[in-house]
Design a protein around this ligand. Structure first.
Ligand code: C2E
Ligand code: MG
Ligand code: MG
Length: 587
């Protein structure tokens, strides 16, 4: 019994727009007092009296969801005779008519009886005792019509979200401002995003989407205390302002996991990303704090059910840089500010058989800009295909320019971003280039990253076959950087594997990595593929890789990427060209 009462007291005390707060406080304190001193019958009389006199409707359900108790207010709000079962039926009929699941946390909807319409706010909670045993369920129903219809109602509408009953953006900003103004405590601002929520709505419908949003509202209710500020800022974005000392990452993740568990689908699994901004200047604009927490949220790359990232100033710098890149990208393409640098691909004796074309932004004011500054930004903004098409064309034009010169016969490898596979008809693009520049496709090597391949093995396997049958050579770039590299090879028949030495640098267990490298090289050869190791920086690495049977290299030990003219000057006369299939066995 005490558990039920405590739940009720906790629950009704949570509302941030609650005229009953004081009554609940007194009510709760009386229970504490009387439960220690009096017999249970007195306690039940007191609780019954309290529940009956409270100004909101209350329904208790047993474990089988049968309504077993309700207060007078609830009967009258739903125009029901004074029988809990009858009231339960009316209540659930109204709920199901709204398409609201019985587990949603809180919602506001119109209830009509005859011509009269009233706005009710309903909150739900499972009642679980201290040993984690489910006792039943409780709904409270608050009539908001009076609030909404009188002068404070206008204010309520402006500051609250209709679906969840939580603060909306304006309400949150205002309330968080007030809270931070008055406190000395250290606070956090949390901002959440549901990954691909649009897709969720498309797959399951708006009602189910709303249900999830209400569940998140519930999660917040479970995590906050009176005085904390929380709300739905827009769409699937929620924000929360809570004391730093009370933020429990583990508890938060568990709650999200619990909500995610309610979405059971093969096509979609719920992932929540939470950005955390630690308030340093409590007078900073709240929307600015939200922006920073959101920045942290957007920085999340991992794909766990609930990922949490903390804001750092570096993120702000990156965001500014990102803005700068995106705002000047079109202008830069139009004005031909992008070019290629070539990095030689060599045999151990230093003779060259090809080069990788790597994009460089030659900025009129900022000088040479490396790909690490712009490739990811353009990928995130779905603009990379524009740059790639441009770079591929430069590479094709270069091959055409080499025709009939000493450089003829060298291949150029170009990079394909994983996003290109969705935005472009890759085969058509390369066929057109070969035709337009009248080049032999065998000199244009297409690098597809291992991550792109693993994202859709069947699609890539088909594309690779098509490209090969049109005469192009396909290389799997950054091989070994993913988790399913070896597994992928049973379905993919590329011409060359490019293994990045970086994977050796990133490991703590060099010996095991060497064994894997050795077997990978052997296996690639047995499967009829060539192997290029990139990122070779030292003579020791070269010797060691040669000992493992690798015969083609790309790395700073030989040369860094360089402008096309430098490449031509340096490697003219040092060319040894062999068709791809034979390359690797030439040594
Ligand atoms: P990637 O395709 O794996 O290219 C090799 C990168 O490794 C190049 O960096 C190269 O400079 C670097 N590298 C080569 N040898 C060594 C070495 O010995 N040590 C170290 N530490 N690094 C070495 P870069 O030019 O900065 O390019 C980085 C990445 O950006 C590329 O990795 C590629 O994923 C991407 N990228 C470059 N150009 C393009 C492009 O035109 N399109 C697309 N989609 N991506 C590009
Ligand atoms: Mg590459
Ligand atoms: Mg690579």
């Amino acid at each position: 019994m005490l558990d039920v009462i405590q739940n009720l007291v906790d629950f009704t005390g949570e509302s941030e727009y609650n005229g009953h707060m004081d009554a609940n406080l007194i009510f709760g304190q009386s229970i504490n007092y009387i439960s220690k001193k009096s017999d249970p019958a007195d306690l039940i009389r007191l609780v019954n009296y309290g529940v009956q006199s409270i100004g909101i409707g209350i329904l208790f359900l047993d474990r089988n969801r049968k309504c077993v108790y309700a207060n007078k207010h609830a009967f009258s709000m739903f125009h029901s005779e004074e029988n809990p079962e009858v009231l339960g039926n009316i209540f659930f009929e109204w709920m199901s008519g709204l398409g609201i699941a019985q587990t949603a946390a809180s919602w506001c909807r119109v209830y009509s009886n005859g011509d009269k319409e009233r706005l009710y706010r309903v909150r739900f909670r499972s009642i679980i005792d201290s040993s984690n045993i489910l006792l039943g369920y409780m709904y409270t129903v608050q009539n908001l019509s009076d609030i909404v219809e009188n002068s404070t109602g206008e204010q309520y509408r402006l500051t609250h979200d209709e679906l969840t009953g939580l603060y909306n953006r304006e309400g949150f900003n205002e309330a968080a401002r007030e809270l931070l103004k008055e406190t000395e405590e250290s606070y956090l601002l949390l901002y959440s995003n549901i990954k691909d929520f649009k897709l969720f709505n498309q797959l399951f419908g708006i009602d189910k989407g709303n249900d999830i949003l209400m569940n998140i509202g519930d999660m917040m209710l479970q995590h906050v205390r009176v005085g904390d500020i929380y709300g739905r800022i827009n769409g699937d974005h929620f924000a929360m302002c809570i004391p730093k000392a009370r933020f429990d990452e583990k508890g938060f993740k568990e709650l999200v996991r619990e909500i995610a568990g309610r979405v059971t689908s093969k096509t979609y699994s719920l992932h929540m990303q939470i950005g955390v901004y630690e308030v340093r200047d409590s007078y900073m604009d709240i929307p600015l704090m939200c922006d920073r927490a959101y920045m942290a949220c957007k920085s999340i790359k991992k794909d766990g059910v609930c990922e949490i990232a903390w804001y750092s100033d570096e993120m702000l710098v990156n965001a500014l840089l990102e803005k700068e890149v995106l705002s000047s990208f079109d202008f830069a393409i139009f004005n031909k500010q992008f070019g290629i640098y070539l990095q030689p691909q060599v045999y151990p004796d230093g003779t060259v058989f090809g080069a990788e074309a790597l994009a460089r932004w030659i900025h009129p004011e900022n000088g040479l800009i490396e790909p690490s500054v712009f490739i990811n930004v353009l990928e995130r903004a779905d603009l990379i295909y524009k740059l790639d098409r441009y770079i591929w064309e430069l590479a094709a034009a270069q091959l055409a320019a080499w025709k009939g010169t000493e450089m003829e016969g060298l291949s150029i490898s170009i990079n394909v971003s994983p996003k290109d596979l969705y935005y472009l008809d890759i085969k058509k693009e390369f066929m057109n280039l070969a035709r337009q520049y009248d080049i032999d496709p065998k000199y244009l090597n297409i690098e597809i990253t291992e991550t792109a391949v693993t994202s859709d093995v069947a699609k890539c396997a088909k594309l690779i076959l098509e490209l090969q049958s049109s005469g192009f050579s396909v290389e799997i770039d950054d091989f070994g950087s993913g988790y399913s590299s070896l597994n992928m090879l049973k379905d993919i028949n590329a011409n060359v594997l490019k293994i990045d030495m970086g994977f050796l640098r990133r490991t703590d267990n060099l010996e095991r990595a060497h064994v894997i490298l050795n077997y990978t090289i052997d296996m690639a050869h047995e499967l009829g593929m060539g192997v290029i190791t990139e990122g070779v920086e030292t003579k020791e690495q070269l010797d060691f890789l040669m000992g493992m049977g690798c015969g083609m290299f790309q790395g700073f030990y030989f040369d860094r990427p360089m402008p096309v003219e430098s490449f031509e000057d340096k490697y003219r006369g040092k060319i040894k060209t062999i068709v791809t299939e034979e390359k690797d066995h030439e040594i």
